[in-house]
Design a protein around this ligand. Structure first.
Ligand code: GDP
Length: 194
């Protein structure tokens, strides 16, 4: 999709604030610092639209971005903040759970992991949890530019093995916001589900 118009329409803390126009939604999830803002900005051809997270203590909200009046990206707060209190972690865990498990408009989740590392416990939990709810998942391995070409297969195997990757419900894609590799494939995955 050639994106020209993106607007942040809502920072929602509860379901009553979610958009009501029924357009397709795609959620983006991942540990903070995994490259979620960079991926979002790359997909929508902006440099600094999605704010970079890494702001522990900030209010945790689901941010709805209207993309071309056609669909919404839903930016889910980055998990794995060391500095956020347990209580806060639990509360945004619940918000995410409510959204993902009950949202009819949700067509898929783009779940980000760092291509250079074995997925964390939280990455694995998130993936399995999405699988449990039968949500179509695009598992995106970010920062692929940091991996030499010859090691990409190995990285993919390590990631898939760690999460117990399910081919039936999920797809896998390397991505780099530096080289933009993977951008067209991620868009294709989204468009296939519109
Ligand atoms: P977020 O916290 O998940 O939104 O992560 P950001 O998008 O803010 O990225 C975290 C850090 O990783 C920043 O320093 C980015 O410049 C860097 N980064 C993000 N994506 C890539 C990528 O594809 N390649 C490289 N080399 N660095 C990246």
């Amino acid at each position: 999709m050639d994106v020209h118009n993106v607007e942040m329409v809502m920072s929602a803390v509860s379901p009553s604030q979610y958009p009501t126009d029924g357009r397709a939604e795609f959620a983006l999830v991942g540990r903070s610092n995994v490259g979620k803002s960079s991926l979002t900005n790359t997909l929508i051809n902006r440099k600094n639209f999605a704010r970079t997270s890494g702001q522990p203590g900030k209010t945790q909200t689901l941010n709805f971005y209207d993309v071309e009046g056609q669909l919404y990206f839903v930016d889910v707060p980055g998990y794995g903040y060391a500095k956020v209190s347990k209580k806060k972690r639990e509360s945004f865990g619940q918000m995410i759970e409510t959204y993902i498990s009950s949202r009819k408009q949700l067509r898929g989740v783009i779940s980000l992991v760092d291509a250079r590392h074995k997925p964390s416990e939280e990455d694995i939990m998130m993936y399995n949890w999405l699988a449990y709810y039968n949500i179509p998942v695009l598992l995106v391995a970010t920062k692929a530019d940091k991996i030499v070409r010859g090691k990409l297969n190995q990285s993919e195997s390590i990631i898939k093995k760690a999460v117990d990757f399910d081919d039936e419900n999920s797809d896998f894609q390397f991505f780099s916001s530096v080289t933009k590799s993977g951008k067209d494939e991620v868009w294709q995955w989204i468009e296939d589900r519109l």
